[in-house]
Structures are given as C-alpha cells and as structure tokens.
Design a protein. Structure first.
Ligand code: FAD
Ligand code: FES
Ligand code: FES
Lengths: 161, 293, 788
C-alpha cells in the first residue's frame, strides 16, 4: 500500500513495484482522463501535475509518487463545473478528437500557474511538450491565451451554458 | 517471461550503494527514468531491482562555491533551466536544458541521468566538456573525481564502476570571464540533436586565455576540436575576425567521425560541424565583446 | 446556377446550419470523460496479444502452441489452423486477405494470437509459441515488384490493372504546346501516427458477435466480420466508439477480426489493445509513390497537355488500383491528357488511404509541374492557377468505371428512373465551387502581391536565412458512391426531441455535431433537442462511414433526406389534426408547428402536442414516434462534387543548415456552405499541418529487411505547437452546392493536399531550387548542392 494525494483526496493504493503512475491512476482510480498514447514521454497525453510540476505519468513509477500530490484532469473540473481553462478550450475549439486534450489542459494549468500573463510565442513553446496529431495547435494556443485572460480576471470556476 | 522488478528506496547514498552491491548487475539506479523506463520496456535493459534515487535528499541542489558550481546529479533539467541567473556559464547550460526533452519530462530528467546514460546525442555532454567540468563519484571504496572527458567512454558507457554512483558535476568558474554557447541542428522543436557543437571562451584583459570546442552526435563521445581551439587561444578579442572563426571551425570537419542513422546521414552531420562551431564561437565572442560576435 | 443563388440567400434565416456551435461532446472532451475503445472494459473480459512475424516474407512450416497453452493464465491460442479461410476486405480495397493464413507478407504481420487473464501473461505466452518459418524472397521496391520475375507477395500477383484516364489526344496536346516540362518525384511513406492508439473488444453470445472498437467505418467493419467468418450480417453488431486522430488508420483492421477470432475460441469477451509501436508498424500507412509527369503549355499560359504516370505500393494487403486524382481534375482545363495509376504489392506494411490519398502525392507532382510551366513563363503562381484551374460546369477527368463495379457508371445510371435524375447536376462536370474565389481572397488577405518577388526570389535575405512565400492548391472528392448506398434514420420522439442514426466516425471531425445540425435545421427542432447515434450498426443504417470525405456530403444528404421525410410525416399529422391544411402550408420553427396561411397564424402546436394528440392526459409512455428515412437514390457524388483548398505559406530557410521555419500560413477553402465554422477551421488547419508535416519531416524509414525503423514518436517527427504559425485565421469561399445538405460540401482532405505544394513552392522561392519531400534539413542541403 502506498499513500498519495490524488485530486485533493488522500488515497491508499496497492501499486505493483514496476507499475507506472498512469496505469495505477487508470486501473485503481478509474481516472481515464489520464490518457496513454506513446508511452515514451513524447506526446504528453498522460500529463498530470505532481507536486505542482507537470510530468508525463507514463515515465513515472507509481512508487515514485508515494507521498506526493497528484492532480489529473478530473481534479480540475467536471462537466457541471468546468475550470476556466476547460471553458477556454471549448470557446476556442482547441481540439478535434480530444485524445490529447486532457494532457494539453494539464500542461496549460502548470504553465499558467507559473506564467499568468504569457505572450503567444511563450504559450506555443509551453504547449510544445504535447502532440496534437489533429493539428489544433493555433486554437490550442488561443485557448491558453483565452484561459490566461479568464484567470487574470478572477476566473470564477463557473458554469457556462 | 513477465517483465517486472522489485522496488527499493534507499534513504542515503551509502544505502543506495549497498543495495547495488548486494543485488548486482540487474539492479539499476533509477533517476528520472526518462531513459531507463523506455529501455526497460523495450527489453534493451534488464532490471531485477529498481533503486529509486528520487526520494534521496541532498543530491539535487545546484550551488555556487568559490571557483566552481556544483550540480547535484539528481538536479533536473528544469532545475538547470531555473539556475540560469547564477553565473554566465550557467546561462549556456540553462539555454541548453530548455532545448531538451519537453517541459513535462524536464521536470523528471536529471542532469546525472543525461551523463550516465551516455548517449552520443546527449545535449549536455559536449557543453560540460567545453566547460571543463568534472564528476564527483561515490562507490563502495569511497569517493573519487574524474574529468567529464574521461567519464564518458563510449555509446552508453561511462567510467563508473558497477556499484558507483555519480553524485555531482562540478563546473569551474574561473576568475576571468568565460562565455559558452551550444548550437545544434534538430528537426521539430522537440528533438534529439542531429549534430551539435559547444564552445567556451575565456578572456582575460581582452585576450582569449582558453578556448574549448566540443562536438556532439558525431562520435560515441564528445569530440574536442583542439586544432580549432589553438586558432583562438592567445589572440586578443579585437583581433579575432571572421577568418579566424572560419579557420577554427574548419578543423571541426576533420575530427568528426559521424555515422548515418535514421535521423541523418554522416555526410550531413560532418558538414554541419563547422557551421555550428562558427555560430557557437560567434555567440560566445559576441558576449565577450568581440567584433565578430 | 440560379437555384443555388436563391438557396444561398436563405442562409441568413437558418437557425442551426452554418453556426459555430460548440461540438456536442465538448464538455466530455475537455474533462477527459469521453471514452475511447482503449478505455472500455466489459464484465469478464480477458486480454489478447498478437504474435508478429520477424520476417518480411515467410511461410509457417510448423507452429506449436503447447508450451504457450501450458502457461498458467493462458486461455487459448489461435493460429491459421483454426481460422476460417475466407477473404475479407476493408473499404476501398485497403486490405484484402484472410485473418490468419500462415503467411507473413510484411515484417510484423499477424501470425497467431493468445488470450490470457492479463496482458502480461499473454505477452509472455507469445514467446512460448514455437514457429518454424520458411523464409521467402521479399520485394520492397515498388518498381522492382512490378517486374514479372519479382517475388509474388499475393496469390493474385503483385500488379493491379492500371486505372487509366484519357481525354483529347496527347500527341495533339504536345504539338499545340509552345513548351513542355516534366519531372519525376519519389515520395516516402507517411504514417498516420494515430494519437490515442486503439483497442477492440469482441464478445460472442451463441453465434452472434458484438465488437466495440474505435472506428470511422462501423458498417464496413460489420461487413468484414461477415465476410471473414461467413456468418449472416444479422449476427454481427459493431459498436464504434470515438477514436483518437485517425487519418484513415481506424477503418477496419485485421486486429479487430483477430479479437473476434480469439473471443470465439475462448468463449469469453477478449480485448486486444495495440501498443503505439503496433499502431505505427502493423496497421496501415500512406503508400510509397513514384510519379512522372509532364505538362504542355502555350506562351500565353494556357495548358494544352497533362500527362502523369503514378505508381503506388500497396504493401502486403492493400489492393488498390487508384488513389485520389482530383488534383488532375483541378488542373483538367488542359484539353488533352492521360494518366495512369498502377497499384503494386510489396513486402512492406500494408498501405492504404491516408487523408487525401493521392492528392497529397500525385497532387504535389501536378502542382510542381504546373509551377515549372509558370516558371518558364515568369507568371505569378496565383495567376497561373486562376487561369488553368477548373471552374463550375467544366469537365472532370475521371474513368467511368471502377475496380468494384460490374459495368460503367453510365450503365448503372441507366437503371435509375429519369425523374429521380432530373434534379441532379450534370454528371462528369463540376457542380459547384473552385479555387477561383479563395485564391483571390487569400492572396489579398496574405498580402501576396507585395511578398511575391518572382520565381526563385526571396523577399528577404538575412545572412544565411532566406524568406519567401508560396501558394498551393488542393482538391479532393466529396465521397464516392456505389459499393452500396448510404442511408440515415431520423426519429422524432413524442416529447418533441429527435434522434439521428447514421453510421459515421467520431475521429474529431465533428460529425456528431454537424449531422445533428443538418437534422435540426431541416426538422425545425432546436439543436439541443437533437441527439445522434453514430456507432451502433444495429440502429444505424449502412453507410461507408467517414472516409473519402463522405460524411457531410453523402451522409449529410441522407440525414437531411431522412429529416425531411420525418418532417413530412409530422406535418401530415399536424395538417390533418390541427390546421386542416395540406403540409406544404405548414412549417416547424423552434419546435413549434405553424402555418403560412395568415388566417391560421394564431394556431401554434408544439411537436410534442402533435405527437400526443390521441393520448389520454394520464397515459404515460403511449405516444408514438415518427421514423424518417431517405426516399429515392442518392446522386453519384464523385461524378460532380469536389472541395478545394488554397494555402499560402511564408517560410524561412537557413541555407547553411537546411532548416526550414514556417513563419506564416493562411488556409482558405471552398467547401460550399460551412455547416459549422468552429469545426471547419480545425479541419482546415489540421489538414494543413498534416500536409506540412509530410512536406518537411514525416517519412517512415525501412531497413533492408523491410522493418520500420521509426515506429515511434521520437524519430517519426510530428510538428508541434511552436513549429506551425499561430495565425488561426481561415477564409471560406461562398459557393452553394446544389446537392449537399444546405449547400455544403466536404472538408477534411483538400487542406491536407494544398499545404505541401505551398510550402514546397515557398522553399523554391527562397533558395532557387526544388527540394523533394520530406524537406528535412539534410534534403534541403543536398538539393542546394545541385545549384552549384
Ligand atoms: C521525450 C524525451 C525527450 C528527450 N529529449 C532529449 C534531448 O533533447 N536531449 C537529450 O540529451 N536527452 C533527451 N532525452 C533523454 C533523457 O531525458 C535524458 O538523457 C535525461 O537527462 C536522463 O535522465 P534521467 O534522470 O531520466 O535518467 P534515467 O533514465 O533515470 O537513467 C539513465 C541511466 O543513467 C543511470 N543513472 C542515472 N542517474 C545515475 C547516477 N546518479 N549515478 C549512476 N547512474 C545513474 C541509470 O541507471 C540509467 O542507466 C529525452 C527523453 C525523452 C523521454
Ligand atoms: S503517453 Fe506519456 S508522453 Fe505519450
Ligand atoms: S485533438 Fe486529436 S490529437 Fe489533439
């Protein structure tokens, strides 16, 4: 049993010694928003936030996350209560198939926490740790800029229709 | 055979070394895992025991000491990026770190891992070589030091003994001004270098007292361009013209021994060496206040 | 076209069509709750893994599964010995073969499979299958494979009959020309590199099977299972889930059939989940293509001749004789022409239709040769395109019979009653749209006239860096008919809501939304009350699915026709029971039925009221619903409909290192009515990025044994956010299609074809020579050497 905090709750989980963090989050907690595509650290689909830093959870051993604080897309907002970044992605249509979207949103969250008022070029660079094969990049960057504005304006985590 | 391993978490460097001694060949130090996880999953590296270094404290600092900066082996590439303002030599290291991996793997990947994995394409190795760095190593028989040039011995091989742990990379900071630059050719914004060049120039009272040039991705280990270095050493900054840079860079083509692989052909790699060396020299020179920068 | 102009005038009255409504599943998508096949589990399921061939061409002499079956946790193994030996086919001949037949036709081919209690056990069991192979001679080069003495990859032989189109007289075309230019280009293979992988779960209940998988083509997959297993279609149910990016990868795939095979063997639901490497090395890819072409031109800039010879490698299991040739149509004003497409098998991974098949490759050649003409003339490439590209009403250059048809298109059409054909546009002629308007609008928005400095002339030079602009155009079909017709069902429920059933993909192209928009607009029912089922073959009528840019044009036609049929029935009831009027006097607006007759303005009946007219107030669940379906035959889209893209690129080339940077990019498109601009802009830019990736970096690399060396995202380079210009602006043409729903045509493929030529031309203008794709730093430097 290892203990960690996932999306604000303390959980005790039975992790295998060689299990990856992404697999544990999906298997034990049903957090399917943690997407696994390349398993090589390239695509960023599996991005979660660990102790305030974005990490590709396909490269992290579950055991390495013991005692740490993990936030996944499920911890950001849900369908009834979207996070401003999620609202921004809808407004700008920053996705197509959306397999990559949770990873981008988590990367955006970590980025905006560090740089709340970025330039477009900074946002594009920050979003380059993820791959969107559908090629929504300009709209993903617009989503991040839109989210930054929402968050600066106090970005209430609200319900938009 | 089902691929699995046991997980061990040492609470000190000594404990880690003891574990490694006990479990032998297939026990692996596990740092950021950004190389090891892939190698293990592909079956390239066998692991029976994972000795996780990420919970160790004291190995991840980047600190300034008189005459040197000490980078803990467990400092991440992201830490390196954040330490840019410590000293001009750290600027080149930070700039390089930012070119590497992706943001969400830089938070995992360690400086020590980049060196111990010893990939010919590792971005930090030519720069550490150009910066005259050396390694602090600890093993069952105590501590020792080795220069970075001697630490890297071949493709994925180092001077580390079976049980030894790389603890610190020491980057000297001379009294005189030293500027470094790293240039590479890559494909997309996230890529392994197809070919690269690192330089450092040290100037005292307007004269270059030391020049170091190292190439990456063109041989198993970084290659020094010593003939090129000689072109610049001893020259006054004001004297150095485009011709000197061209001449120094020209020597790069003769020492490179690249291979062809899926990323690029040997001919292309060889051809880029002088171009990158010239550009890196111009960067460093520019920061030192030379004309041709 | 007067009718079209009139209809276009109605656009302002539309409530749903043409609106940038967020996609139906937007909230699921941004919260990560949308489920793909990899996320699905069913009760009692076990896991399967596939044994893959270590040889590019080999025959199994013996296979012994005893040790594998003895491994604790293993439930069963399938080999070709327990596989029905029926041939199944993926849509458009993208795969033709048996599920397992003991022969390896490419490195990584499916040879056997194991089901076990966990993936780890299944994987371990694979190593315990003892196989003895007879290694056969293999052939990898498409031209070598065309030779009669080449190793034969398939029983049917390597070579398909060529797809040949001739018009005019090429000798005359050459004579009429003042000059002729020609070139040859060899294209490496692009990989779909699907983000999100895929999985399939199969479960048998008695002799009925259900499959859950991410697929763009639910009906075609159902057909494949029926063919391979020899069971009635009525016993096959496919439930297609949304997929990650697909680009043609996730139609039907042999691993899905293997899942069904394993599940039948072990009598338990089985899930096979592919690794990223399997997705990139064992499913599909774009063809390797070799193209030779020439064009004749007069000194006034009129093309007289277009001639192309194009070879495509089908890999092990592809069986195609053609690829998209709509780029030739686009330049088909030349009065004399000839082109031939030759499909040939090799011992490489199966190749098939990837986004804008043919129009990305053959299209690049056509654009290149045309540009070479313009260079000779010193003519602006925008002008040259305006002069020589097809306009509405002009002839399309296509064959009148196809690989899968018994006779010609004309013979097929003879069977369709004259009155049904009356409203159709003239066949074999372009019905609407062209590059004309978008080229003009795009050039203006891009400030083309001030950045264009002439052929091979950069607009800026900064040390080793050269900057220049380029323009490229692309075209693709709007669905291809025959091989079955497409249908849809629209149900109006007694509560006034409606449900559309149409078999289309959900690979991110927004069809679940745009089809619902079509239905809502036609029905007059609010968009929020219209839902859609796209994946269940038990409730969705047959359709090709989302391929060949079918979805908006052909499925959309069916959806609109079904909605119209349902509405007709609704208005019949309302007319009879409430208005005492014929249905043509009635309409539905925002879910309320009203009359055009001024005397009946005050009668307002909701859809719900109309359908509950005969129901007692306290009788719950008694009301009936209306089911609508298309009446009459669907017009044959490929004989008149195309969509067009024109792209403008601004690049910087470092002539020392060969690195290319994209500085600016503008995409414009003529797809008729834009059903949803939010969806459309992504199709355009996403297509542009797919084409740009192919132009600069994307290429599969094979070793001498036919093994893929870069089946991973480390060395198969995909563009990232900072690699592509951020201008998200796109420009639409204003045409209105006479057949497509509300004037819409298709969207997704032409943009993938236009960006490569635009970038290639910009690079030419920057450095003064053509660079073949992929224009990697190394290839740029090599091409520059030819200048000196
Ligand atoms: C997406 C992605 C992009 C990448 N891009 C780049 C790039 O641009 N440039 C580049 O150079 N690299 C790149 N890499 C490679 C990799 O990230 C780096 O090499 C990284 O620095 C390795 O550090 P790590 O901590 O993850 O090492 P690990 O994977 O943990 O370890 C690597 C090896 O070193 C050994 N080891 C680690 N630490 C020690 C120690 N202190 N003492 C003794 N042995 C030790 C391990 O046993 C192992 O054999 C990339 C990797 C990924 C996944
Ligand atoms: S799945 Fe982890 S980075 Fe791609
Ligand atoms: S939206 Fe499909 S991969 Fe990004």
């Amino acid at each position: 049993m290892i203990r960690m905090t996932v999306n604000g709750r303390t959980v005790d989980l039975d992790a295998k010694p060689h299990e990856r963090l992404c697999d544990l989050l999906r298997r034990a907690l049903g957090l399917y928003g943690v997407r696994v595509s390349c398993s090589e650290g390239e695509c960023g689909s599996c991005t979660v936030i660990m102790d305030d830093e974005p990490v590709t959870s396909c490269l992290v051993l579950a055991m390495q996350a013991e005692g740490r604080e993990i936030v996944t897309i499920e911890g950001l907002g849900n369908e009834d209560n979207l996070h401003p970044i999620q609202e921004a992605f809808i407004e700008e249509q920053g996705f197509q198939c959306a397999f990559c979207t949770p990873g981008f949103i988590m990367a955006a969250k970590a980025f905006l926490d560090e740089n709340p008022d970025p330039t477009e070029a900074e946002a594009a660079m920050a979003m380059s740790g993820n791959i969107c094969r559908c090629g929504a990049y300009p709209y993903i960057v617009q989503s991040v800029m839109n989210a930054a504005a929402r968050l600066r304006e106090g970005g209430s985590v609200s319900n938009t229709g | 055979m089902i691929r699995q391993f046991d997980y061990l978490r040492p609470d000190s460097i000594d404990a880690a070394i003891t574990m490694k001694s006990r479990h032998g060949e297939r026990a692996r130090y596990w740092a950021g895992g950004t190389d090891l996880m892939l190698q293990w999953r592909r079956g390239e590296v066998m692991v029976d025991h994972c000795i996780d270094l990420t919970h160790l404290t004291g190995l991840d600092g980047i600190e300034a000491f008189p005459g040197e900066i000490r980078i803990g082996a467990m400092a991440t590439l992201d830490d390196l990026d954040r330490a840019t303002s410590m000293h001009p030599v750290m600027e080149a290291l930070g700039d390089t770190a930012r070119l590497m991996c992706t943001k969400q793997t830089r938070t995992l990947a360690t400086v020590g891992g980049n060196m111990c994995n010893a990939s010919p394409g590792a971005d930090l190795s030519p720069l550490f070589v150009a910066l005259e760095s050396h390694c602090l190593i600890q093993g069952p028989n105590g501590r020792r030091e080795v220069s970075m040039e001697d630490f890297l011995t071949g493709v994925n091989t180092t001077d580390l003994g079976a049980e030894e742990l790389l603890c610190t990379i020491v980057v000297p900071v001379p009294q005189a001004r030293r500027e470094a630059s790293y240039r590479r050719v890559a494909r997309t914004v996230v890529d392994i270098a197809l070919v690269s060049a690192a330089v450092s120039l040290t100037a005292d009272a307007g004269t270059v007292t030391d020049a170091r040039i190292a190439l990456g991705s063109v041989a198993p280990i970084p290659v020094r361009v010593t003939e090129g270095e000689k072109v610049l050493a001893g020259r006054s900054l004001d004297d150095i013209g485009a011709g000197h840079l061209e001449e120094a860079a020209g020597h790069a083509a003769t020492v490179a021994r690249p291979i062809s692989d899926v990323r690029a052909g040997a001919g292309y790699r060889a051809r880029m060496c002088p171009v990158l060396v010239r550009r890196a020299l111009a960067d460093a020179l520019g920061r030192l206040g030379g004309h041709e920068g | 076209m007067a009718a079209a102009t009139e209809a276009a005038g109605h656009r302002s009255a539309w409530r749903v069509a043409g609106k940038g409504i967020p996609v139906k599943d937007a909230r699921e998508k941004v919260t990560g709750s949308l489920k793909y096949a990899v996320d699905l589990e069913v009760q009692g399921m076990v896991h399967g893994k596939i044994l893959r061939s270590p040889h590019a061409h080999a025959r199994i002499i013996s296979i012994d599964t005893t040790r594998a079956e003895a491994l604790p946790g293993v439930l069963g193994v399938v080999t070709h010995h327990d596989t029905p030996q029926n041939v199944w086919e993926n849509a458009w001949f993208n795969y033709r073969g048996k599920i397992l037949d003991g022969i390896a036709r490419f490195h990584g081919d499916d040879m056997a499979a194991v089901a076990a209690v966990s993936e780890d056990v299944a994987e371990a069991a694979l190593e315990l299958i003892d196989v003895e192979y007879e290694v056969l001679d293999a052939v990898f080069d498409p031209e070598a494979a065309m030779q009669p003495e080449a190793p034969q990859v398939r029983e049917e032989g390597n070579l398909r009959d060529p797809y040949v189109v001739k018009w005019g007289d090429v000798t005359k075309g050459a004579e009429e020309a003042d000059f002729i230019v020609e070139t040859e280009i060899r294209f490496a293979s692009q990989q779909m590199a699907p983000l999100g992988r895929n999985a399939c779960i199969a479960e048998w209940n008695g002799d009925r099977v259900t499959l859950w998988t991410s697929s763009q083509t639910p009906s075609e997959l159902r057909d494949g299972i029926h063919e391979a297993f020899g069971i009635p279609l009525s016993r096959v149910r496919v439930i297609a889930l949304p997929s990650g990016s697909s680009f043609g990868n996730w139609w039907s795939a042999n691993f899905m059939l293997i899942t069904a095979l394993l599940a039948r063997k072990v009598r338990k639901p089985v899930k096979i989940e592919l690794s990223n490497e399997e997705c990139m090395a064992t499913v599909k890819r774009r063809h390797i293509e070799i193209s030779r072409g020439r064009m004749g031109c007069r000194n006034d800039g009129t093309l007289t001749l277009a001639e192309f010879d194009h070879i495509i490698d089908n890999g092990g299991y592809g069986f195609k004789d053609d690829v998209g040739f709509f780029c030739v149509d686009n330049w088909g004003r030349a009065e004399h022409g000839h082109y031939a497409i030759h499909g040939v098998n090799t011992n490489l991974l199966t190749a098939g239709c990837m986004r804008a098949v043919g129009d990305v490759t053959l299209g690049s050649v056509v654009e290149r040769v045309a540009d070479m003409c313009a260079i000779r003339l010193g003519m602006d490439p925008v002008e040259f395109r305006l002069k020589n590209q097809i306009k509405p009403g002009e002839r399309l250059r296509m064959q009148h019979s196809r690989q899968y048809m018994k006779g010609s298109l004309e013979q097929y059409l003879e069977g369709i009653p004259e009155e049904d054909r009356q409203a159709w546009p003239k066949l074999f002629h372009l019905s609407s749209g062209s590059t004309d308007e978008i080229l003009r609008k795009g050039a203006e928005a891009f400030d083309w006239s001030s950045k264009w400095k002439g052929w091979g002339v950069p607009y800026a030079v900064d040390g080793p860096r050269r900057r220049a602009v380029g323009v490229g155009t692309g075209a693709h079909v709007c669905g291809v008919e025959f091989e079955g017709n497409v249908s849809a069902v629209v149900r109006i429920n007694p509560d006034g809501s409606a449900k559309v059933h149409c078999a289309v993909g959900r690979q991110g192209q927004g069809s679940e939304t745009t089809q619902a928009q079509v239905a809502a607009e036609e029905l007059g029912i609010p968009f929020d009350k219209v839902e859609i089922e796209t994946g269940d073959t038990d409730s969705c009528p047959w359709s090709h699915g989302s391929l060949a840019s079918n979805t908006m044009y052909r499925v959309g036609w069916a959806t609109r026709a079904a909605a119209s049929d349902a509405k007709r029935q609704l208005l019949d009831i309302a007319g009879r029971e409430f208005f005492d009027s014929p249905r043509h006097e009635l309409d539905v607006v925002d879910g309320v039925i009203c009359s055009r007759d001024p005397n009946k303005r005050n009668i307002r009946i909701t859809v719900e009221e109309a359908l509950n007219h005969f129901r007692g107030t306290d009788a719950l669940g008694q009301a009936s619903s209306i089911t609508g379906r298309p009446q009459g035959p669907m017009p044959p889209a490929s004989t008149f409909a195309r969509h067009f893209a024109a792209h403008f690129a601004d690049v910087e080339v470092d002539i020392e290192t060969g690195e290319i940077k994209l500085l600016d990019f503008l995409a414009t498109q003529d797809s008729g009515t834009i059903m949803n601009p939010q969806v459309m802009k992504n199709q355009m830019i996403g297509g542009a990025i797919c084409g740009a990736g192919f132009a600069i970096y994307e290429a599969l690399s094979f070793d001498d044994d036919g093994r893929i060396l870069n089946a991973n995202l480390l060395d198969y380079k995909l563009l990232r956010a900072a690699d592509f210009p951020l201008r998200g602006e796109v420009i639409y043409g204003d045409s209105y299609d006479p057949v497509g729903p509300f004037g819409a045509r298709s969207a997704g493929e032409a943009p993938a074809a236009a960006s490569g030529p635009a970038i290639a031309q910009a690079v030419y203008n920057a450095v003064g020579t053509w660079v073949d794709m992929p224009m990697t730093p190394e290839n740029v430097v090599t091409a520059l050497d030819t200048l000196h």
